[in-house]
Ligand binder design. Structure first.
Ligand code: BES
Ligand code: ZN
Length: 597
């Protein structure tokens, strides 16, 4: 027996399911999915087979002939869930499992009509990365166990369903007032890329291979914001090779979506906070698009190699940005990332094992280990290799890497072996072992500089000495420049300084959430009362963890803002995604001062 993934019961010696046929009936009243899945093996198999499940109620397990297959459901193991052990008779080609999800399934967030833009219909969406697919479907929930799938999703009219798959039309549902949406995903994907959303959705075509889905109230705004997608895809193809997934569609979710974006193949999921009205936040789309190569084609073998997914995607995202908007824009991207990296080293401590690229997450919930380290340290590791090898050689390496490992899931060690094969000596030259296996930031980390960046950080650095930009100066700043300036200002400001900043930079009314939240973090953390209303508004509407964490943390600074945080959380908390709620709770547990309730 060999289990390679600390987050799965998958056993490499056992039969491997190659394809899933899903029938999912969405029940908004009970907040459950009535599910039936057929696991196809492709050839006859037999013996033991262990599946991952969490919170699932099993009704039956049958062979294709309809005979019951014996199964045992193990005890609930923290993080992993319950092992479902099947005893497959000789000659088994497929197994059919009837089951039901739990209303607490972590993969699913069920929204009331009030939590949507339109306010009239419920909404449900999935988020399976890293190990939540098992709360939606019983399966081998490890990235090595790639599957193709087909699905039939029954939803109440007039709602629509989208999936990380190609749409295959609709037909009347089994009961009156329902409609079934059909899907086919011909390419093998790791289970964490299974994705589903159901709601009052409309779409707008952006190019022959791309459209955006959103609620009717946001779909026009979304179509405008992401109108440049085809050029982005074309640029990415120039860098990484042909786009292999046929369509690149996007779905803008309701604001409680806990991430900026999720690279579900053929259907990237996006937070509505990207709709800044000026196309200034499309770097997140560049990131999710880049996952089409790094992550979705070449996948991390387990969450211990997560940097392979995210580090290479951040690197790729910044290369796309450079191709579209020039080297200066990319340098600003690296600088914004550096801030995130510094914050994480502060949070964990530079000696923490969680700051290694190659982690050991046995017994650790990937959601608890999540941080910017694999993103920003990982991308810097690749940028160092790029600088060491030279851009031309490295670009060829990346294309070879994708071509060699496409549709497979690999480890950090396999990456290094391939690096050594294609660019001999480079791994040793960059000290790859210390990058992968040691905590903290290696001394040879690449530095990204530009004149513009120096100007902005120097100006912010002279704040305490009285330096202030003029209104005219500020009006010429791009959003990313404004963000960098704010990031380099002191964290604690007196009320007069806050007032000046808000008046001259026009911050509290911003539609760009990166700038808005950076500002609110300074102002709320400085106990500046005029922004409290806006803070309440943001924390009540938006469930994106990237914003919840710094805002709730800043509110911990003063007794008055701690009270505000508790009041807001009491009201808004139930509307957050379960994973986001846990993050906020962990931030608030660290509040000092008067005992928390
Ligand atoms: N795949 C991640 C999101 C994720 C990672 C969800 C791990 C669950 C577990 C996605 O591609 C991502 O990185 N999103 C970022 C975007 C940013 C780096 C541009 C986000 O949500 O902020
Ligand atoms: Zn990512």
């Amino acid at each position: 027996m060999s289990c390679l993934d600390p987050h799965s019961f998958f056993d490499t010696d056992q039969p491997l399911a190659r394809r899933l046929s899903l029938k999912l009936v969405i029940d908004f009243e009970r907040k459950i999915i009535d599910g039936a899945v057929v696991l196809h093996f492709g050839s006859p198999v037999d013996g033991l087979m262990d599946l991952d499940t969490k919170g699932l109620t099993l009704r039956s397990v049958r062979s294709s002939g309809g005979a019951l297959i014996p199964f045992e459901l193990g005890d609930d193991v923290p993080v992993l869930g319950r092992r479902l052990r099947l005893h497959l008779p000789v000659g088994t080609r497929e197994v059919a499992i009837d089951y039901q999800t739990s209303p607490e399934a972590v993969a699913l967030q069920w929204l009331t009509p009030a939590q949507t833009e339109g306010g009239r219909h419920p909404f449900v969406f999935s988020q399976c990365q890293a190990i939540h697919a098992r709360t939606m479907v019983p399966l081998q929930d490890t990235p090595r166990a790639r599957v193709t799938y087909e699905a039939e999703v029954t939803v109440p009219e007039p709602l629509a369903a989208v999936m990380s798959a190609g749409p295959k039309g609709t037909r009347p549902g089994p009961r009156p007032g329902t409609r079934a949406f059909l899907f086919e995903m011909p390419q093998p994907i790791p289970p964490y890329l299974l994705a589903l959303a159901v709601g009052d959705l409309q779409s707008r075509d952006l190019s022959p291979r791309s459209r955006v889905w959103a609620e009717p109230a946001t779909v026009e705004k979304a179509a405008w914001e992401f109108a440049g997608i085809e050029e982005m895809i074309t640029r990415a193809e120039g860098l990484f090779g042909r786009y292999e997934w046929d369509r690149y569609d996007m779905l803008v979710l309701p604001p409680s979506f806990p991430y900026g974006g999720m690279e579900n193949p053929r259907m990237t999921f996006l937070t509505p906070t990207l709709l800044a009205g000026d196309r200034s936040l499309v770097d997140v789309v560049a990131h999710e698009l880049a996952h089409s190569w790094t992550g979705n084609l070449v996948t991390n073998a387990t969450m211990d190699h997560f940097w392979l997914n995210e580090g290479s995607t951040v690197w790729a995202e910044r290369r796309i940005l450079e191709a579209l908007h020039g080297a200066e824009a990319a340098v600003l991207g690296w600088a914004i990332g550096q801030r995130a990296l510094d914050t994480e080293f502060e949070r964990f401590g530079a000696g923490s094992p969680l700051t290694r690229l190659r982690t050991d997450l046995r017994g650790v919930d990937p959601d608890d280990a999540f941080s910017s380290i694999p993103y920003e340290k990982g991308s810097r590791f690749l940028a160092l290799i790029e600088r060491t090898a030279g851009r031309e050689r490295f670009d060829r390496f990346i294309r070879d890497y994708i071509a060699r490992f496409r549709f497979t899931s690999i480890t950090s060690e396999e990456f290094i072996t391939f690096l050594e094969e294609k660019l001999p000596g480079v791994a040793a030259e960059v000290h790859s072992d210390s990058w992968l296996y040691e905590p903290g930031m290696p001394a040879n980390a690449p530095v990204f500089r530009s004149e513009r960046l120096e100007e902005l950080t120097a100006l912010a650095g002279r704040w305490a000495g009285g330096a202030r930009p003029s209104k005219e100066q500020v009006s010429g700043w791009k959003p990313s420049e404004m963000l960098i300036y704010l990031q380099h200002l002191p964290r604690l400001m007196d009320p007069a300084s806050c007032e000046w900043l808000d008046r001259v930079l026009g911050l509290t009314g911003r539609g760009n959430y990166e700038i808005l939240v950076e500002w609110l973090t300074i102002a709320a953390g400085s106990d500046y009362e005029p922004v409290f209303g806006r803070v309440r508004e943001v924390l009540t509407r938006v469930g994106r963890m990237k914003y919840l964490r710094p805002l709730y943390k800043a509110l911990g600074n003063q007794p008055r803002t701690r009270a505000l945080a508790r009041e807001i959380f009491a009201k808004a908390g139930p509307g957050y995604h379960g994973v986001a709620r846990r993050v906020v709770e962990s931030v608030m547990e660290k509040y000092s001062g008067e005992a928390s309730r």
